[in-house]
Design a protein around this ligand. Sequence first.
Ligand SMILES: [Zn+2]
Length: 102
Amino acid sequence: MKLKKGDKVVVLSGKDKGKQGEILVAMPKSGKLIISGVNVATKHQKPRSAQEQGGRIETETPIYACKVQLVCPKCGKATRVGHQILDDGSKTRVCKHCSEVI
Ligand SMILES: [Zn+2]
């Protein structure tokens, strides 16, 4: 998976199409991501103890990574991610628009 925690992404399809958020959790094995403010499910919770408050709890649920695209922090565009090998042999991600290292 080309995306990782902390990346800013935009949703390409589904009910949250066009929304932007930051990746909170990346799950490479299942190819899913949890993104802040995206695919929020509302659960109705009853108080289980005196300290706990009941009510609506909003939690982000995972969506498939193929439904989102990375937003380049340098040029601000939704972009495909390229890879570049640096002189020291390390691999970096680059923006296909502005060629900046992400
Ligand atoms: Zn860019």
